[in-house]
Design a protein around this ligand. Structure first.
Ligand code: AMP
Length: 609
C-alpha cells in the first residue's frame, strides 16, 4: 500500500472539513492581520489533521465548501471532530487526554446544496444571512444512508419544504405500491423528485406523469449513481459474505465487485470450480494515469469498461467474468407505506410460529398477501402498551441495513402485534449454535458479523437511542449472512419486575456493566459493554457467558474487574477490542463509531481483503 506522501492529501481519504477554533497566536503563524483557520482531517493508515489559514472569512467558507464538494461522496465522512489540535498531551479544544477519543463537536453538513460549485455570490449572500446559511445545510451524511434526526430520531415534518431544483433518481429495486398514494418503482427507470422533505418516503413523478410516494432507500440520485447502476456491484459487502453469496449461486464465472476494506478501493470476487469450487478475490488497481486494471497488461478508463473487457477475455483471471448473482433482496422500507405505522389486523395473514420470547409468540406472516413480515403477538400485561405505541411511531423511522426494521403495530385489537421485517435464519444465538462446526473455523465471518452489529449500534448511538438489552439472542440473521440488531429500546416498556430490576431473575446481568448493576445507569456506553459480551458470544459460537455461574457470582466478578476469558478461536487483536468494551468506567469505553473503525482496521490487519 502507498505510504503517506509529503505535501499531498488524497481527496478520497478526507473525512472532515470544518472551520477550526482560533487558538493560534499571530506570532505562531507569522501573519500580521486577521486569519481564519480551518481544518482538513484525513485517514491514511492513521488519522491526520491539516490546519490551514484563510485570510478572509469568506475565503475560509469558500475553501470549506469547495473541498467538501469534491469529497462529498467519500464513504468515511465523520460526524464529530476536534476543532483544535492535539498538543501532545491533550486536545486543545475539550482538554480530553485520550488521543483516540471521539471528536467533541458535531460536524456540519456535507451534502452539496446545488450541483454546481458554490459561487462567491451565493456564499456572500449566505454570509450576510448566517441563519439562512445554516438552515440551508442538510443534515450530515450518515454511513447508513440516513440523516440524523432530533435525538429521539423524530423527523422534521415540514411538508412545505419542497425540493428546490428538479432532482432525478433511478430505481435500484422494483417496488410495488400497495397503499393508495404510493407509486410503484421499476428497476433502472428514472423518476423526478417532487418532495424529499421527509427522510424515508419521497414524492416522485414517473415518466407517465403519475405521482406518489416511494421509499427513498430504493432509489439513488442519477448523478450519484456511479457503480450502483450495475447488478454486479454489491457496495459494502464483506469478503466473507461475498464468498457465501457466490458459493450459494454455484456458477462458474459468477462475480461481484465490492468496496474493498481499504477505503476508496474496489475488489473483484470471482467464483470458479477449477480445480475445486472456490472464490478468488482480486484488487482492482489504478495506475499513474488513473486507469483501472486487474492485470497490468489490460488497463481501462473505468471499472465498468474493465469488467466488460474481462467478460470477453479472462486476461489472467481464474475464469472469464460471466454472470452476477441475480435477485438480490430489496431492503426493508421504513414502515409499510408513507406515514403508516398502524397496521390493519385483517391485512395480516399469520403463518408458522418462528419462536417465542419475553413478550410471547412470534409468527411469520404476509402483509396484504405479498410482504414477508414477522409478527410479535404481545402477551397481555407484559408491556406498557400505550407508551410503546407512541414510541413505535418514532421507531418505524429508524432505518439502517443492520437494524431489524419495525414496520408498525396493530394496536386496535388485543393482543397487540408488533410487525417487523422477517429474518429467515432467526436468532443469532441459535444460528451460532446450529452452525458451530462451520463457523468456528471461519473467524473472518464471525468478525464480519460483529462489524455488522457494530454498524447498526453506531446508527442507534448517533440517534441517541439506547438498546438496553443487546445480546446475541436479540440479533437476527437474514439471507446472505446479514446480521441485524432487533428489539432496540423495547426493554423500557417491559412491565415484569424480574426483567427490569437489576436484582430480578430475568435481568440480563451477564451483559451488564458495573454502573448498570450498581445504579441502573443505562447509556450507549452500557450498550458498548454488552456489545463486548456479544462479541464473546459470537467468537464462542453461542456459549453462555460465565458458564453456569450464578448471577451473584457474576456481579461479584464484574465489580472486582474480572473479565471474560479469551475465546479459544479468537485472534488476540479481536479480544483486545472486547477488553476495551469492558473498561470499568463508561467514559473509558470507546463509542460504537470508534469501535466500528477499529474492528474494520483489525479485520484488514488479520484477514486478507
Ligand atoms: P423474541 O420475542 O424477539 O425473543 O423472539 C423469539 C424468537 O422468534 C427469536 O428467537 C427468533 O427465533 C424468532 N424471531 C423473532 N423475531 C423474528 C424476525 N423478525 N424474523 C424471524 N424470526 C424472528
Amino acid at each position: 500500500m502507498k505510504r503517506k506522501e509529503k505535501g499531498r492529501v488524497e481527496l478520497e481519504r478526507v473525512h472532515t472539513v470544518e472551520a477550526a477554533q482560533n487558538i493560534f497566536t499571530k506570532e505562531e503563524v507569522g501573519i500580521e492581520g486577521d486569519f481564519y483557520p480551518f481544518l482538513v482531517g484525513y485517514h491514511q493508515e492513521e488519522d491526520y489533521t491539516l490546519f490551514l489559514l484563510a485570510l478572509k472569512d469568506l475565503d475560509r467558507i469558500y475553501w470549506i465548501l469547495a473541498i467538501r464538494k469534491v469529497c462529498a461522496y467519500n464513504r468515511n465522512i465523520r460526524s464529530y471532530f476536534h476543532p483544535a489540535p492535539w498538543n501532545g498531551r491533550k486536545w486543545s479544544c475539550c482538554k480530553k487526554t485520550t488521543k483516540l477519543i471521539d471528536g467533541c463537536q458535531e460536524c456540519d453538513s456535507w451534502i452539496p446544496s446545488q450541483t454546481s460549485s458554490p459561487s462567491r455570490d451565493s456564499i456572500s449572500e449566505s454570509l450576510s444571512n448566517k441563519e439562512n446559511f445554516n438552515s440551508s445545510q442538510s443534515s450530515p451524511i450518515m454511513p447508513g444512508g440516513g440523516t440524523p434526526g432530533t435525538p429521539s430520531g423524530k423527523q422534521k415534518d415540514d411538508q412545505s419544504s419542497t425540493t428546490p431544483r428538479s432532482k432525478v433518481v433511478v430505481a435500484l429495486y422494483n417496488y410495488k405500491a400497495i397503499e393508495t398514494g404510493d407509486l410503484s418503482l421499476e428497476k433502472n427507470m428514472e423518476y423526478e423528485v417532487i418532495d424529499d422533505s421527509q427522510k424515508h418516503w419521497w414524492k416522485v413523478r414517473d415518466s407517465k406523469g403519475m405521482i406518489g410516494f416511494i421509499p427513498s432507500n430504493y432509489v439513488k440520485e442519477k448523478e450519484l449513481l456511479g457503480l450502483q447502476q450495475y447488478d454486479w456491484y454489491v457496495n459494502d459487502m464483506s469478503r466473507q459474505r461475498s464468498e457465501s453469496l457466490l458459493k450459494h449461486e454455484d456458477k462458474e464465472g459468477c462475480f461481484v465487485v465490492r468496496n474493498s476494506s481499504t477505503k476508496g478501493l474496489y475488489t473483484l470476487s470471482l467464483y470458479t470450480k477449477i480445480p475445486h469450487p472456490h472464490v478468488k478475490h482480486y484488487h482492482i488497481k489504478k495506475n499513474g494515469k488513473g486507469e483501472f486494471f486487474l492485470s497490468e497488461k489490460h488497463c481501462c478508463n473505468s471499472i465498468p469498461e474493465l469488467i466488460n473487457y474481462h467478460k470477453h477475455n479472462s486476461g489472467g483471471l481464474a475464469s472469464r467474468l460471466k454472470t452476477s448473482p441475480c435477485d438480490r433482496p430489496a431492503p426493508a422500507t421504513a414502515g409499510l407505506s408513507h406515514d403508516k405505522w398502524e397496521i390493519d389486523h385483517s391485512e395480516l395473514m399469520l403463518l408458522d410460529e418462528l419462536g417465542s420470547g419475553q413478550f410471547g409468540v412470534v409468527r411469520r406472516g404476509k402483509w396484504r398477501g405479498t410482504t414477508d413480515v414477522a409478527v410479535k403477538m404481545m402477551k397481555e400485561g407484559t408491556m406498557s402498551e400505550d407508551d410503546f405505541i407512541e414510541e413505535a411511531k418514532v421507531m418505524t423511522k429508524l432505518q439502517h441495513p443492520n437494524l431489524v426494521q419495525l414496520y408498525g403495530v396493530c394496536s386496535k385489537n388485543r393482543p397487540i402485534f408488533i410487525v417487523t421485517e422477517y429474518m429467515r435464519h432467526g436468532s443469532l444465538l441459535n444460528y451460532l449454535r446450529r452452525h458451530e462446526q462451520s463457523l468456528s473455523t471461519n473467524q473472518g465471518l464471525l468478525l464480519d458479523m460483529c462489524i455488522q452489529i457494530c454498524k447498526g449500534m453506531a446508527y442507534l448511538e448517533r440517534h441517541n437511542y439506547i438498546h438496553r438489552d443487546l445480546a446475541a439472542r436479540n440479533c437476527l440473521v437474514g439471507t446472505e449472512n446479514i446480521v441485524k440488531v432487533a428489539d432496540f429500546g423495547l426493554a423500557r416498556y417491559v412491565l415484569d419486575d424480574q426483567y427490569t430490576s437489576s436484582g430480578g431473575s430475568k435481568f440480563p446481568i451477564k451483559w451488564a456493566p458495573p454502573e448498570v448493576l450498581n445504579y441502573t445507569r443505562f447509556s450507549s456506553k452500557s450498550d458498548v459493554w454488552a456489545y463486548g459480551v456479544l462479541m464473546w458470544e459470537v467468537f464462542t459460537c453461542g456459549k453462555m457467558p460465565y458458564g453456569r455461574m450464578k448471577n451473584s457470582e457474576v456481579v461479584e466478578r464484574v465489580q472486582k474487574g474480572i473479565i471474560l476469558e479469551k475465546p479459544k478461536a479468537c485472534f488476540k487483536e479481536v479480544y483486545d477490542v472486547m477488553k476495551k468494551c469492558w473498561a470499568p468506567l463508561p467514559e473509558n469505553r470507546p463509542s460504537f463509531r470508534i469501535l466500528k473503525d477499529t474492528l474494520i482496521n483489525v479485520s484488514q490487519g488479520i484477514l486478507v481483503d
